[in-house]
Design a protein. Sequence first.
Length: 217
Amino acid sequence: MGLQEVTARIRQAEQRAGRPAGSAQLVAVTKGHSLSDIRRQVLAYGDFPLAENRGQEIRDKVQEWSQSGQPQPEWHYIGPLQSNKVKYLQAVRLLHALETEEQAQIVAEYAAKWGQAPAVLLQVHNGEAQKHGVPPQLLPQLLRAVRSTGLSVRGLMVMAPYGQPEAARRLFRETAQRAHDLGLAELSMGMSGDYEIATEEGATLLRVGSALFEETA
């Protein structure tokens, strides 16, 4: 598909929903792709945030990028937070998937060493047994606990059931309402298979990967 078509579809979805153009931001999921591919297929079209879901991969890419002498892009981390992998995330500006107070405490401890802290999103459980996330009814409690560590909570993140567009729309709508009720502005919702639905339901961050790199995957 490619980035240009994806961004065009995002703009069309914004228009259908009566949203301002650019209110939903593409976050390019770059796992498994080389820096040359990322530059050619993503950054050639604009300064998009880049997202990874493995600590070692983001560490290695940050190091390789530094050796190029070019400014670092904005890095996001979208994978589950493992305590022994947080040390690799110093360059990350936004963590999409925080789900426990213990994770927040570990991130805050590392941030104190780094002299800078990533902002975070709270991952909402989507109802599937095998998925990560905090049960929706516990969000207010977790929000208070994470803020008590000094971390900045910007919003919520959720993953929709695969291949179920109506279930995805319902989940995105419910998550948007929960974020509104909590006074949180960011909504990380939607991936390659459902980013248009997510845009229509209020997503501000769209985690798209395979649709951008289909030609070389």
